[in-house]
Ligand binder design. Structure first.
Ligand SMILES: Cc1ncc(COP(=O)(O)O)c(C=O)c1O
Length: 370
């Protein structure tokens, strides 16, 4: 049976395979395996793409978040507001520095943090807000930034799924105090291993992130704080330099696929199709997430038809054993809790063909006719 894959990285890399091999070979020969020219070039290219003054390459998206929180002055015991509906790494980064993630419910249409619920959880300990541009769609930054300004809070954008997303013409990751990105292989811009980036327009915050990622040193063997080793791998930077110029093409093609899904799935009750933003550049469709009350049955049916799907995410943070202490926040997270049982991510990647999309939509329709 012909499989419709969830993502097809081999197809994505095929046109640049020679360039990637040459870039890796170059690093192999020059021998600068830690940071070096590839990391610098990628930091510059990425900063330009986002429209931020600085970009600092780090080990992972989780590192990016953790370093951004530390640079922003979040300390043990402080509280950071994060969406209840996100990948667990957003909360783990807060916990990693001994601070406390405070979960806020999501909007039922965009699945992003509902800014109307933020004020109610602000306390004297609140230090920062971390909106996540989930699935690639810009969060309501105007509202978040206004609340942050009113209460003197820092804003750290989790743009780990939003490489190239624009919010009212500006790059996500360049609007809050700091932005954070992941280059996990399946991201719209992904490496062949782990990678991450912090972006900021603030010189002092950029310098702090650079220090913390390299043992808290100002220069070699001069340590002014207790940092970590969280540098972007040079081989990954070499690969990402080849891939960065194709990001816009990739995002445009994901939007094309999203429009085709919208058409193909229209009118299939009770499927809820994501309502794309009025400004199409505000979504890069890292994931195309539909909702249906019979999610598990539909996923099984599609699997039987050779169609791979995913769930992002099946168990919300407040229901994870790792966060038993947050279980009581479930009472203020009704939307997050409900949608976790209904969401289904359909195949989504730039090379997805019209035929593959038609097959997925046909199978979804067939399931509901049966
Ligand atoms: C929203 C979000 N935040 C944080 C991360 C963490 O990134 P990484 O996997 O590179 O640590 C990811 C991706 O995995 C993510 O999707």
């Amino acid at each position: 049976m012909d499989i419709v894959p969830f993502v097809d990285l081999a197809a994505h890399h095929a046109p640049v395979r020679d360039q990637i091999q040459a870039a890796v070979e170059k690093v192999l020969l020059h021998g600068k395996y830690i940071l070096g020219p590839e990391v610098e070039a990628f930091e510059q290219g990425f900063a330009t793409m986002v429209g931020a003054k600085h970009a600092i390459g780090v080990g992972t998206g989780l590192d990016a978040l953790r370093l951004a929180f530390e640079a922003a002055g979040v300390k043990a015991g402080d509280e950071v507001i994060v969406p209840g509906n996100t990948f667990i790494a957003t909360a783990l980064a807060v916990s990693a520095i001994g601070a406390v993630p405070v979960l806020v419910d999501c909007d039922p249409v965009t699945y992003n943090i509902d800014p109307g619920l933020i004020r109610a959880v602000i306390t004297k300990k609140t230090k920062a807000i971390c909106p996540v541009h989930l699935y690639g769609q810009a969060a309501d930054l105007d509202a978040v930034m206004a609340i942050a300004a009113e209460f003197g809070l820092k804003v750290i954008e989790d743009a780990c799924q939003a490489h190239g997303t624009r919010y009212k013409g500006r790059g996500c990751g360049a609007i809050g105090d700091l932005g954070t990105f992941s280059f996990y292989p399946g991201k719209n811009l992904g490496g062949m291993g782990d990678g991450g980036m912090v972006t900021t327009n603030d010189d002092a915050l950029a310098a702090a992130v650079r220090r913390i990622r390299s043992y808290g040193e100002l220069k070699k063997y001069h340590h002014v704080e207790k940092g970590v080793n969280a540098r972007l791998d040079t081989m990954q930077a070499a690969i990402l330099n080849v891939k960065l110029p194709r990001l816009e093409w990739a995002n445009t093609n994901r939007r094309r696929a999203a429009r085709a899904y919208e058409k193909g799935l229209a009118g299939i009750a009770p499927i809820v199709v994501p309502q794309g933003p009025a400004d199409e550049l505000a979504h890069i469709y890292h994931l195309f997430v539909i909702r249906t009350p019979r999610r598990d049955e539909l996923q099984h049916f599609l699997h039987e038809k050779g169609i791979q799907t995913g769930i992002h995410y099946p168990i919300p943070i407040h229901m994870q054993p790792a966060y038993a202490e947050l279980a009581s926040s479930g009472s203020r997270l009704p939307v997050t809790t409900k949608i976790a049982g209904e969401i289904l991510s359909l195949p989504m990647f730039p090379e997805l063909t019209d035929e593959q999309i038609a097959r997925v939509c046909g199978a979804v329709a067939e399931f509901h006719r049966a």
